[in-house]
Design a protein around this ligand. Structure first.
Ligand code: ADP
Ligand code: MG
Length: 266
């Protein structure tokens, strides 16, 4: 009996289970994703590695339905991304429902993409207010907490252009967290930064690994991957060619492409 209650409680609190099943995506005749299947446990950290053009960004974008896939499907906590199920068929959601679904998924880009005409605070409170998840005072309170988390409360009234790249990226992370997402996707979050600013951004991502949000990070920072990732996925030509525990994949890669890639980045 108590086991059943524990299970029900765990199921109710476990957020951010991503299930990717047989996903294929074409751009014209080019197969950017080739039958990708992957399970990401709630609260887990997955690092995606692979050479340029292997489909890493396309996969992240598919998780958010920024790319519509041609075959297969993606679910977060059982919800079909971009679709609803009726009987045994899937129907594409309306744009408004897709936008609502996207509020459950935070997305952090290589180039920060802060709104240049808004202050740091306004950048963070915009989405929670627009999506009516919070009132303005609630949104401000939450934004200040998030600014504490990323160590930038003193920059609340600054403009994005007044900040370093590392600071802008930390603000972008706070902004993505403001909607209380189940999942955070990072697409090469440090590759546009000067080397001395990489660490401060990785520190923020590392601190999120303990927060219960499911993290998916595309990065070439192998040290970070080894230390923080629960699983590493290595992609080549739209396919997952190797996947496993971080230490296993980094210390004893099985696939020749993984070996060559790691030899070049380590
Ligand atoms: P990665 O992030 O691993 O570098 P991408 O997912 O960006 O790889 O790209 C995978 C492949 O799909 C590449 O060959 C790329 O040129 C192609 N591709 C990505 N986006 C588009 C697009 N919008 N139109 C056409 N081809 C694309
Ligand atoms: Mg990419």
């Amino acid at each position: 009996m108590s086991e059943a209650i524990d299970y029900a409680r765990a199921a109710a609190t476990a957020r951010g289970h991503i299930s990717i099943t047989g996903v294929t995506k074409y751009f014209g005749k080019h197969k950017a994703l080739d039958e990708v299947s992957l399970e990401l446990a709630p609260g887990s950290v997955t690092v995606i590695l692979g050479p340029s053009g292997s489909g890493k960004s396309t996969l992240l974008r598919a998780i958010n339905h920024l790319e519509r896939v041609d075959e297969g499907f993606i679910q977060i906590d059982g919800d079909y991304i971009g679709y609803r199920q009726r009987g045994d068929r899937l129907y594409e959601l309306k744009e408004s429902a897709i936008l609502r679904q996207r509020t459950e998924v935070g997305y952090v880009f290589q180039n920060f993409n802060l709104f240049p005409h808004l202050t740091v605070l306004e950048n963070i409170i915009e989405a929670p207010i627009v999506h009516k998840k919070l009132t303005r005072p609630q949104a401000i309170e939450r934004a200040l907490e998030l600014l504490d988390t990323v160590g930038l409360r003193h920059k609340a009234d600054a403009w994005p252009r007044q900040l370093s790249g590392g600071q802008q990226q930390r603000i972008a992370i706070a902004r993505a967290l403001a909607l209380n997402p189940r999942v955070m996707l990072f697409d090469e979050p440090t590759s546009a930064l000067d080397p001395e600013l990489v660490g401060e951004v990785l520190d923020v991502i590392r601190s999120l690994a303990q927060s219960g949000v499911t993290l998916v990070v595309v990065t070439h920072e192998i040290g970070f991957a080894r230390e923080v990732a629960d699983q590493i996925v290595f992609m080549v030509d739209g396919k997952i060619v190797e996947q496993g525990a971080a230490r296993q994949v980094i210390n004893a890669p099985q696939h020749p492409r993984t070996r060559r890639f790691l030899a070049n980045v380590l």
